[in-house]
Design a protein around this ligand. Sequence first.
Ligand code: FAD
Ligand code: NAP
Length: 509
Amino acid sequence: MLNVPPQAFPAPSSQQRVAAGGRAKVPLKPGRSLMDWIRLTKSGQDLTGLKGRLIEVTEDELAKHNKKEDCWICIRGLVYNVTPYMEYHPGGEDELMKAAGTDGTDLFDQVHRWVNYESMLKECLVGRMAVKPIAAPKGMLPENKVLGASAKDLTPSYDWFQTDNLVTIVIYTKQKDMNAELVIVDCQDKRLRGEIVMGDHSYLVEIDLDHAVQEDMAVNIAEKVGKVEIVLKKKDNIHWKMLGQSLKSHNAFIKRTDRGLFYRKCKLVSKKEVTHDTKLFCLVLPKSTHLRVPTGQHVYLKQNIAGTEVVKPYTPVLPFLPLDFKEPSHHDGAHIYLMIKIYSCGLFTQALDHLQIGDYISVSNPEGNFKKSQVQTSEDLFLLAAGTGFTPMVKLLNFALTEVSCLWAVKLIFFNKTEDDILWRNQLEQLALKDERFEVQFILSQPTKDWVGKQGKISSSLLSEFVKRSRKDSKVLICICGPTPFTEQGVQYLKDLGYSQEEIHAFTA
Ligand code: FAD
Ligand code: NAP
């Protein structure tokens, strides 16, 4: 099914060789790709040296396994023998060795919390820690940084009531300015999960409902008072004696990074060509899901590839660039549009390209550290994008032109290899004609001789030519996204040109 040449993979430019989030990546030896690892885990080899036994590991025992040739790491209370994985780790052996013989949970969360290690390392599982070395047990109340008062008073709470045919769960967030993007609700097979995002924490209602409910539900938000109502329709109009059984993380207000990623299955409803190698995928959320991906955030897609769950991030876009920015564009909220480049040797994108209309794929809750407030006060907005690094700029552009009243000018500087690679070129050019605040500059690194536009790669001179304040003291925001080295170089050039850290936002994993 997969087009994965075993020797040439990953190619020198592969993302498996290129750091996400600015970490140095080490070239993998031939035969050490993710696909090769998946093959090894399916080979039946004993990868723990314990012949399939699972053991209880003490801290002293864990500490003994701290060498490359005998390396155990604990992640969330489970201990893995990572020695067989060393040569396959895209971040290199030294990165893994940082956690050798210790609890690597924090390090793992900092770098790639979204990687599905349970699936990737399942054949390396040695056992469970005798005493869990996790610092803060999940569900404990954190200091309430969001609201700046005592945690107990301001921790959200919930209540419920019923009528003949409805069950309503009311969450009192005690936070003003609640909005639809901060509320994520899923109700699948009697299991209700409602997450309220509050800064870097979130509150969760997670219940195995007492009785079945219908597929469609409503979420009502009283923004000013921070009240969220989840309205479920009973399947049978009977009186419920209780709401249901609380699940593991129910009623917990904890750091978002301490929650695992939650996925729901979305149906692929359309797939349209954008360029020769890039497609616009449209996924529809289940009726029983309420989820809005905020501007500048990404989701993770999860697919089972050759028996292993593989996860990759993608940034939702709009179905098209709205040309009339006078009114905020209305989205039904049920559809997620993803603009994805299909790499001929790409493990994940090849599998994505093989999905048929009607197939399902798992989509996570949104993540990302971009805040709309960064744009809200800017007068000059510069968007530096390379290739599919254009994707976060789509919603950002829409938001800036629609909702930022002080905005004077938005300039997109779009780096591509060839003219054929430019995403939504027509739409961008039309928008530039229509809205005088918007300007687009295409820069090609590998143009044909017919190209009369700008040529080159990101450089200090190109940036000083195109990134200029419209007034001496205008408030500037520069957003940058593309291959990691592009982004890192761009940030450095901008700093050298005198822009401050606060004036730059780099999109990374
Ligand atoms: P891999 O298996 O990682 O790479 C395989 C092959 O792909 C390589 O052999 C190489 O030939 C080719 N390849 C990979 N990267 C490059 C490159 N930069 N230049 C040239 N060749 C390359 N991608 C999107 O298309 N749309 C998005 O909206 C999007 N959003 C993202 C958001 C975030 C936060 C991040 C970190 C990444 C995003 N990506 C996006 C990239 C995406 O996550 C995958 O890395 C990408 O789809 C490649 O996955 P793959 O498994 O197919 O390729
Ligand atoms: P691409 O077509 O390979 O490259 C686009 C442009 O960037 C080309 O002009 C290319 O020039 C240039 N470029 C590539 N690597 C460079 C480098 N190391 N230094 C300077 N310029 C470089 O790009 P792509 O395949 O679409 O890849 C897009 C990237 O964006 C992926 O890495 C993806 O992960 C990332 N992305 C990140 C996010 C996020 O939110 N973090 C979102 C979407 C996409 P050359 O001719 O020299 O190659």
